[in-house]
Design a protein. Structure first.
Lengths: 114, 111
């Protein structure tokens, strides 16, 4: 148990819809990173939030957006869902930015787009 | 652009030592190398991190040569429960910060 929780556990949407995924970070952690993990592949970095500001972004289109709240919890929003968005979405919290900070991952949200 | 390369899969037997190597030719001067373990339907879990030379903790050792273009995760005396996917992770500051996971190495430990 890492103390990082994600909701919902599973989600089924249809193409074109919008989805919001939620993440509660470990107590005291001010940084949250989001990843997309397609079946059989490694996690792909979507973006990172530090103290409510986006700190870095991977190669994902603008329809992937996020928020971080004053309590450091975070949301990932995906608009205009496509079939290829079907994946496990992971969030990870850490004490600071940069890969030198150990990331604590949640169990993920499995998104299926039909 | 930073990139990591790992073997796709490895097999081992219980009690053996397993070494998994990751190539990261474009690693930044100020970057660390981190290894994670992932079981099916779970998020990755931190194993070990290093900058150079050798690092050891209670579960693994990490060897990093002087040029830092590769690293080797060493798992001593593996057990069946070590069957998992192992990822190395580096950072990338090209066009803004991001972290780069490799494709992962699937380790299968047999009895």
């Amino acid at each position: 148990e890492t103390g990082v929780t994600q909701s919902p556990t599973h989600l089924i949407k249809t193409r074109g819809q919008q989805v919001t995924l939620r993440c509660s970070s470990q107590s005291g952690h001010n940084t949250v990173s989001w990843y997309q993990q397609a079946l059989g592949q490694g996690p792909q970095f979507i973006f990172q939030y530090y103290r409510e500001e986006e700190n870095g972004r991977g190669n994902f289109p603008p329809r992937f957006s996020g928020l971080q709240f004053p309590n450091y919890s975070s949301e990932l929003n995906v608009n205009a869902l496509e079939l290829d968005d079907s994946a496990l979405y992971l969030c990870a919290s850490s004490l600071g930015t940069g890969p030198q900070n150990e990331q604590f991952f949640g169990p993920g949200t499995r998104l299926t787009v039909l | 652009l930073a990139k990591t390369t790992q073997p796709i899969s490895m097999d081992s037997y219980e009690g053996q030592e397993v070494n998994i190597t990751c190539s990261h030719n474009n690693i930044a001067t100020n970057d660390y190398i981190t290894w994670y373990q992932q079981f099916p339907s779970q998020g990755p879990r931190f194993i070990i991190q290093g900058y150079k030379t050798k690092v050891t903790n209670e579960v693994a050792s990490l060897f990093i040569p002087a040029d830092r273009k590769s690293s080797t995760l060493s798992l001593p005396r593996v057990s069946l429960s070590d069957t998992a996917v192992y990822y190395c992770l580096v950072g990338d500051w090209t066009g803004g910060f991001k972290t780069i996971f490799g494709a992962g190495t699937r380790l299968f430990v047999k009895a």
